[in-house]
Design a binder for this molecule. Structure first.
Ligand SMILES: [Zn+2]
Ligand SMILES: [Zn+2]
Ligand SMILES: [Zn+2]
Length: 170
């Protein structure tokens, strides 16, 4: 695996502290927004000198050089990642915004053919699967289970033999 300085040089960019700091933050936190990256970098004392505008400028430079991919799921600020050039897709949680990669089954873009292309020369099909991540889905099902489980019927232990069996829970 090539190092960050090698990748920067390979992309024709000078190796600078802000670029290295943002590269490191993206490596640790893929699909981050610029605002999240600013927080991660601010928490890192060695990189505390980068301004907010500096973060945006570096992201623009890295994206323009093809080192960073920018995705913009509906309703979210742009998110950035280092995984470029493989036409991969994304799962996005509607509740918490968690974003996960999905390999493209085809590989090269565009990987979907529209029923009609209206004369367009197509170069990409962007696929986002929307839903709830495992954590959010578990949380939602816990809430609905506890709601449907109340009220709990009192169990009459003194009358066990003749009591009708309780309704099966869904
Ligand atoms: Zn979620
Ligand atoms: Zn991704
Ligand atoms: Zn695909």
């Amino acid at each position: 695996m090539t190092t960050a300085p090698e990748q920067l040089r390979g992309a024709g960019l000078r190796v600078t502290e802000p670029r290295l700091a943002i590269h490191a933050a993206l490596l640790a936190h893929p699909h981050s927004t610029a605002a999240a990256l600013i927080d991660y970098i601010a928490a890192n004392a060695s990189a505390a000198g980068i301004s907010k505008q500096g973060v945006y400028n570096v992201l623009d430079d890295l994206a323009a050089a093809g080192m960073v991919r920018r995705i913009e799921p509906a309703g979210s600020a742009a998110r950035f990642e280092l995984r470029v050039g493989d036409n991969h897709h994304h799962l996005v949680c509607r509740i918490c915004g968690r974003t996960e990669d999905v390999d493209c089954a085809v590989g090269e873009a565009p990987c979907l053919v529209p029923v009609s292309n209206s004369g367009f020369v197509l170069d990409e099909a962007e696929v986002v699967w929307w839903g709830r991540c495992a954590d959010c889905a578990a949380l939602t099902s816990t809430l609905s289970t506890s709601r449907s489980a109340t009220p709990v019927e009192p169990i009459d232990s003194s009358n066990g033999t003749t009591a009708p069996t309780q309704e099966a829970r869904v």
